[in-house]
Design a protein around this ligand. Structure first.
Ligand SMILES: [Zn+2]
Length: 483
């Protein structure tokens, strides 16, 4: 079966084989108040609750965000047009919202043309228009619309708006756009990029675009050349492959914030601790081009998974794992997805010293995941992607989490995009949800207003800075050899 990448159409086309302290507060201070701020609660008009509500909203608005998951290429790649499917206003809809459009009935052939470099901007609108009302209010749709408003001053898509939109798109798409979008418009302090076209990207903006090491190709269908080539090593047996994996960790662990695998797109998370003696003959047969039986394949993957997780743990790198919902459309086995959380708890039990970051709130199994984060010291939950999959449930998740599990176990935001522009919309939705969750807890009497205010900085920023040891990473990255 064809491998699925983490999210997207652009990445599927362009990257399949490779799957494999910025002054934000100052820049952010000039922003206009987002419309997604929570409306006044029932207490509005009374001095206490109304002012607490406004104080929470203001603090959430003014606090820089650490963005723990993106798939952004470097800015130069984006400006050259690499790894993007098209380079006009429709690009904003090409990652995620294209799936809602397909599910709403956009024919595949029209979709291919819409997200290509062929047609003119107005022609593209005419293809989209019949389906726009069906998708404009989903989380994917809202993130795009907020970005249109925040970045280009366009209230909504319509035929008359398209020429001005295309002009504004081109005006923003210039050197410096990442800083304008991420720092100035979205109030993001730093991002953590899971680069899809190489296992680790030596970014030219290393402090803004911090990177994960992608270990997917180390443990599932080992990508021998991709990993052994840069390491300058030959791979003849399992010990050689271990050496290649060691090289990636030794070379990049000081600069990486974490390791990441989206293996859950292809199999369950039921990784057994298979010893090297059992994996060795399987690895040799695989190298010789022999097809392994399914159980043998699983044994080999299981062994390599734990080899990588142990390396990450030794290098004090948290292990980010995709859990839950699948990007794309018309292929997700919901039964397998539903097993993710139970299997995640097995991983925590097996490796208590590892810091596992379970991504995407394991949507739609977020209540079960809350139990894992409450019970296991090694479990952290990342809300990346969640605010645009299901905004209202994400607010509910955070609200319940904060009075259930320790507050340092949650990471509130990752845009999870390849194009940078919609990150602005996603960040706005996240801030709205964080403020709303805190306010509702105060309003319902589960939280004191002072405690709600004290939670803002750790949730938006401090938790991620501590978990990923960003003080140390910033120092290392400032002196990175490729800069
Ligand atoms: Zn992702």
């Amino acid at each position: 079966m064809k491998r699925r990448t983490d999210k997207r159409r652009c990445s599927r086309r362009g990257a399949l084989k490779n799957l494999g302290g910025i002054g934000a507060a100052a820049a952010f201070a000039g922003l206009s108040p987002p419309r997604e701020d929570p409306p006044a609660g029932p207490g509005a008009g009374g001095a206490g609750p109304a002012s607490a509500h406004e104080e929470i909203a203001e603090r959430v608005r003014a606090t820089p965000l650490v963005d723990t998951h993106e798939h952004l290429p470097d800015e130069e790649e984006r400006l050259r047009g690499d790894v993007i499917c098209c380079d006009d206003w429709s690009l904003l809809l090409s990652h995620y919202l294209d799936s809602d459009l397909a599910v709403a009935g956009l024919p595949p052939a029209t979709r291919d043309v819409l997200f290509s470099r062929g047609p003119d901007p107005l022609e593209k609108w005419r293809m989209l228009a019949p389906f726009w009302p069906a998708v404009k209010n989903t989380g994917y749709g809202r993130a795009v619309r907020i970005a249109l408003r925040e970045l280009y001053g366009i209230a909504d898509l319509s035929e008359p708006a398209i020429p001005a939109l295309q002009e504004a798109y081109e005006a923003l798409r210039q050197p410096g756009m990442y800083r304008k979008v991420l720092v100035e418009a979205a109030g993001i302090e730093s991002c953590q990029v899971n680069y899809l076209w190489r296992p680790f990207r030596e970014s030219s903006q290393p402090l803004l675009l911090m990177q994960d090491i992608s270990f997917l190709g180390m443990h599932l269908d080992p990508e021998i050349e991709t990993f052994a080539g840069p390491a300058g090593k030959e791979v003849r047996d399992l010990a050689d492959w271990h050496g290649v994996i060691d090289w990636w960790f030794e070379t990049y662990a000081p600069y990486a914030v974490a390791v990441k695998s989206q293996g859950a797109y292809r199999r369950g998370l039921d990784y057994e601790d298979v010893p090297p003696e059992r994996a060795e003959p399987l690895f040799r047969r695989m190298l010789a081009g022999e097809a392994l039986a399914a159980a043998e394949q699983k044994d080999l993957e299981d062994h390599l998974f734990w080899y990588c997780v142990r390396c990450a743990t030794e290098h004090r790198l948290p292990v980010k794992l995709h859990l839950g919902y699948y990007a794309g459309e018309n292929y997700m086995p919901v039964g397998r997805v539903a097993e993710n959380v139970a299997q995640a708890s097995d991983l925590c039990r097996r490796s208590p010293d590892t810091r596992f970051v379970f991504m995407h709130i394991a949507y739609p199994c977020w209540q079960d995941l809350m139990a894992v984060a409450k019970h296991y010291a090694s479990a952290y939950v990342d809300m990346c992607w969640a605010w645009i999959i299901d905004p209202a449930s994400s607010k509910e998740f955070l609200k319940r989490f904060l009075v259930t599990a320790p507050a340092n176990k949650v990471l509130p935001f990752g845009g999870d995009y390849i194009p940078v522009e919609p990150v602005v919309g996603h960040a706005r939705l996240a801030r709205h949800g964080v403020a709303r969750a805190l306010w509702e807890l105060v309003e319902e009497g589960w939280l004191e207003a002072r405690d709600a205010l004290d939670l803002v900085e750790p949730i938006l920023r401090g938790n991620a800075r501590a978990l990923f040891r960003l003080d140390e990473k910033e120092k290392n990255l400032a002196a990175a050899p490729w800069r």
